[in-house]
Design a protein around this ligand. Structure first.
Ligand SMILES: [Zn+2]
Ligand SMILES: [Zn+2]
Ligand SMILES: [Zn+2]
Length: 257
């Protein structure tokens, strides 16, 4: 079989606990826009042999592309992460995959733009982290009864987190599983649950119910190529039916209104 057709991943030998890292690497590797973007980049602020996350990810991607073995050495990337984060990601220790992904992306921004993660949107055209994943968000709260708008913080995020249970309830309410649900049912469901459950009384009209509460709205001010979505279950053992229903209805494109 040609090396590029082989299904490959990072080795996870007993005691190495590298499954969280493999999960983060697979997400990045399977995004062609990210993969080709990283392939074209070379110039960066290198933190040196065995401690540069940019160089280590390049090594892993080269192995994923050309190796004729299905399991690849995770050591170079694990060593670089362990060197960069003295209190996290140490060799042999289990960690969180979603946080690992964010930290890898944060380090790539650092190596490419030569500064720490910005509070607001990074505008560097060559920053693969923010061009691919960066969501510049303006939050505000609006009263549907009197029109009052209260500006909120502006911030950058790389992953949009949503409650899996709330999203699934919303999707079921909107007709998944029945004939002819809306083609963008997933995107609409995401928008509906984004501010749900976070209602505050309106300071202008005083309304706190029946349409007088402040609804949380988030405006997306940037146009990332990819939307990275983190779905958080409120149980560590969601049912097979719930998992299956949600996975079957994840949309691959989302329309922003
Ligand atoms: Zn480097
Ligand atoms: Zn950046
Ligand atoms: Zn009001």
């Amino acid at each position: 079989m040609h090396p590029q057709q082989l299904i490959k991943g990072l080795a996870n030998d007993p005691g190495s606990n590298s499954c969280f890292l493999n999960s983060a690497v697979q997400l990045l590797w399977h995004q062609e826009l990210f993969q080709t973007g990283l392939n074209q980049l070379t110039s960066h602020l290198c933190s040196g042999h065995r401690s540069c996350v940019f160089c280590a990810l390049k090594v892993v991607f080269t192995q994923l592309r050309f190796s004729d073995r299905p399991t690849l050495d995770a050591g170079v990337l694990r060593s670089a992460l362990a060197a960069q984060f003295s209190d996290r990601f140490q060799l042999g220790e289990m960690d969180d995959s979603a946080e690992c992904l964010e930290q890898i992306l944060g380090r790539l921004h650092f190596h490419l733009v030569r500064q720490q993660q910005p509070q607001q949107q990074c505008t560097a055209g060559h920053c693969i982290t923010h061009r691919r994943f960066g969501m510049d968000i303006q939050e505000e709260r609006a009263c549907p009864r009197c029109g009052f708008v209260q500006p909120g913080p502006r911030f950058t995020q790389l992953t949009h987190y949503a409650s899996a249970g709330a999203l699934l309830s919303q999707l079921r309410h909107m007709g998944i599983g029945r004939a002819n649900p809306s083609p963008d049912v997933f995107g609409l469901g995401l928008r509906k649950v984004a501010g749900a459950g976070d209602l505050r009384a309106c300071p202008k009209c005083g309304g706190s119910g029946g349409g007088g509460c402040l609804l949380l709205r988030r405006k997306l001010l940037s146009r990332p190529d990819l939307l990275c979505l983190g779905l958080v279950w409120d149980s560590d053992r969601p049912s097979g039916a719930d998992l299956g229903d949600l996975l079957a209805n994840v949309g691959s494109t989302v329309t922003f209104g």
